[in-house]
Structure formats: C-alpha cells, structure tokens
Design a protein around this ligand. Sequence first.
Ligand SMILES: [Zn+2]
Length: 153
Amino acid sequence: MAKKKRTYNTRLIRRNRSYTVQGVADLFKLHPNAVHRWGLPYIDEQKPQRVHGSTLIDHLNAKQSTRKHTCKPNELYCCKCRKPQPAWENTVDLIIRNPKQLNITGLCAVCNTAMNRGGSIKKIPEYQKIFNVQTVQGEHIVACGHSPVNCEL
Ligand SMILES: [Zn+2]
C-alpha cells in the first residue's frame, strides 16, 4: 500500500511570489528532484523553472486532501475497500451515542462490509436528506436533553 507521506505546511508559502524548484526544495528541506516529481505547473519555459506561490499552495492542498480519505456527504469509509464508498442503496442507520454525537452505519455498496462514520446530532435532518435513514437508535438519550451522566436523579 501507499507508504506514509509527509504533510507540507502550505503556510510557509507566500501566495504572491514565485519560487524556483530549488526555492521550493529549500522551503521543505527536500531534494530538487523530489520537487520535480510533483509535476508542478511551471510559469513558463524559462530557466530556472519557477512556480507561483498560489499554484504551489493549491497543488499541495490537492495532493494532501486526496490522502485524507475525506468522505463526500453521502459516503462512509470502508475499511475493506480502503476508501470512502456510498452505502448500499444509500441506506444507513443512525446510532446516537450521546446528546451531541452519533454514528452513521451502513453497508458498503461495493463489498458489503459494515461501514461506520461519526456524525453530529445537529445534522440529523441533513442526514435524512442525504441518506435513506432506516432507523435512528438511542433517541431517548437526546429526548432526555442531558447526557446520561449529567441527568439529575
Ligand atoms: Zn467496501
């Protein structure tokens, strides 16, 4: 599988200036060849090749966001497929854990593995629009208005 890669701090880059490959390499303490391999869109054919700070930021953000397994609103992370997948028939169950948080569970549309994602109680109406919510379990926790621990007896 993909080896663990480092994260680049894009805050080191200034949007309104341009960088040479060497400049980028210095910024992140890399070998210029490593920067070349990113396939950056350079400004022009001039030597040394330069890249706009803003282009570099966008490029790194895109590069980094694809590694984070960010789920689209209608997707859950499937451990077996190792990527976010839509739920089978878009059907999920909401399992309330406490007055603030819940779990969204469903079956992977591709491999049928149980998938799980954390969610927030406040977003239940949103989830009901996005998914075909089959059941909401543990509603009594919210109905109480307090977390079980804080409930005064
Ligand atoms: Zn799967």
